[in-house]
Write a protein that binds this ligand. Structure first.
Ligand code: PMP
Length: 472
């Protein structure tokens, strides 16, 4: 039953398998020749199959030897006649150096050492049972942070944008109406993506920094009768926090699905997927969860999955197909199939980030974000600075937007933070570009000490930075 692969056939063999990673050292030695010759020994049919010198294994080994020999000749010819157009770059001969910065912008935030250590754990194959177990634990953590009992809770391999893209390409078929509550750059991006899927995009627009009332959303639902309503909880380009309570019930009344972007807010403010009747939610790993950017946690409720399963047209992205992702992440009750190679170390990091969230508890996390943000707002007011959003109840504590006063060059202040203290704060984005600074308080970085530090540097920077520049 044993079959070994080589450079040509490296990959996943459907059916039961035991890769060499699971074979005990003594057994590994018995197939060591195959491994030493540069072949990737992937053995199907269980570990014991690897120990048998079956005719199949011998033939496979011969094939590998032939491959190695046939590769050797042309390779040496290429090397000797000087035809290499591109040589190893000088820069890669130096060791990797990375400065240690405090990331107090809108993301990413720093990761605690625990998260970095998690990424140092040994790699596993993307379908090994131990890795599947870790994925299952991540799903449990995500159910907690999303506050949902939904089956389909998993991650798209990619950053927050991948979550947005996955939402659009699964929920929308050509001609479907999507209503986008647009009050910043993330609504604009969502509209752009939805158009690429040939959806009929309708916009409900508000000025930057404003949020939508239930009445405004209901009027939009009534007028446009969309298949999907898209809203952003924490609009990180403006600092606005969209209230979500009651929006799901409205969507049900008008037979629309509700999709919510929580990339910049989840974990920092209350969010209840099930109680608020939200059909799709996605987030990012690099904000409050304080893991590196790389995954977009996402949940599809039953109504959303029913729409996906009832599609008349295929989902236009194989990579972001929720039926495949749900299967790979073990959400559909069927045996997991190879869909793509999950970013194994990033999943470890996410698991550790979620474990830290669970240890603290969401209520405490939400309170900490609120308390630190209030401390920041008070300190900024004492410096004579004004928040971009005057009504504190409409601000997300995770991304704080501060009006740049007349006569101050915002970029000089940003540079002052970085060049003197290796601390990142950021300028505006989209509608707030040139008008605000953005200071992030997220997860690991959201501490009173960091707030004090940022306030001290801001005071110093304002005293040092003179002159206006309109360049962005
Ligand atoms: N949505 C929101 C609200 C965001 O703040 C961001 C990132 N700043 C994104 C989506 C996109 O996430 P990413 O940069 O991780 O792709």
């Amino acid at each position: 039953m044993g079959t070994s692969g080589c450079m040509h056939c490296h990959g996943y063999y459907p059916g039961t398998f035991a890769s060499i990673g699971f074979v005990q050292p003594s057994k590994l030695m018995m197939i060591g020749n195959v491994v030493r010759r540069g072949c990737v020994g992937l053995v199907t049919g269980g570990a014991s199959a690897a120990t048998t010198r079956s005719p199949g294994l011998v033939a496979a080994r011969r094939r590998c030897l032939r491959t190695a020999t046939s590769l050797r000749a042309p390779l040496s010819a290429v090397l000797s006649d000087g035809t290499m157009n591109v040589t190893p770059p000088e820069c890669l001969k130096k060791p990797l150096t990375v400065p240690s910065k405090l990331l107090m912008g809108p993301g990413p935030s720093n990761s605690p050492l625990r998260v970095h250590y998690a990424m140092m754990k040994p790699l596993l194959g993307h379908l090994h049972p131990e890795f599947c177990q870790i994925m299952d634990e991540v799903k449990e953590g995500l159910r907690y942070i999303f506050q949902t009992k939904a089956n389909v809770v998993c991650c798209v391999s990619g950053t927050g944008h991948a979550g947005m893209e996955t939402t659009m390409c699964n929920l929308l078929e050509p001609g479907d109406v999507i209503l986008i509550a647009q009050n910043g750059i993330w609504g604009e991006r969502a509209a752009d993506m939805a158009r690429r899927h040939d959806a009929d995009v309708r916009l409900l627009e508000k000025a930057a920094g404003e949020v939508f009332s239930l009445g405004e959303l209901e009027a939009g639902l009534k007028t446009h009768k969309p298949a999907v309503l898209f809203v952003v909880q924490g609009e990180s380009s403006t600092g606005a926090l969209q209230p979500l309570e009651g929006v799901g019930a409205l969507c049900r009344k008008y037979n629309a699905l509700l999709a919510v972007d929580t990339v910049a807010s989840l974990g920092g403010v209350p969010f209840y997927m099930d109680d608020w009747e939200i059909d799709v939610v996605y987030t990012g790993t690099q904000k409050v969860i304080s893991a590196p950017p790389s995954l977009a946690p996402i949940a599809f409720g039953d109504r959303a999955m029913a729409k996906v399963r009832a599609r008349k047209t295929p989902i236009r992205s194989f990579y972001a197909d929720m039926t495949w992702l749900a299967n790979y992440w073990g959400c559909d009750g069927l045996p997991r199939k190879y869909h793509h190679t999950g970013p194994v170390s990033s999943v470890y990091a996410l698991r550790e980030g979620l474990a830290i969230v669970c240890e603290e508890g969401l209520e405490s996390l939400w309170k900490r974000h609120r308390a630190c943000a209030e401390k920041l707002w008070e300190g900024l007011a004492a410096l004579g600075l004004e928040m971009f959003i005057s009504d504190a109840s409409k601000r997300t504590p995770t991304v704080n937007t501060i009006r740049v006063p007349d006569g101050i060059d915002w970029m000089k202040v940003v540079k002052y933070f970085m060049s003197n203290y290796l601390v990142e704060i950021s300028g505006g984005l989209g509608p707030s570009a040139g008008k605000v600074w953005r200071i992030g308080l997220m997860g690991y970085n959201c501490t009173p000490e960091n707030v004090d530090l940022v306030l001290r540097i801001m005071k110093e920077a304002l005293g040092n930075v003179k002159g206006v520049s309109s360049q962005l």
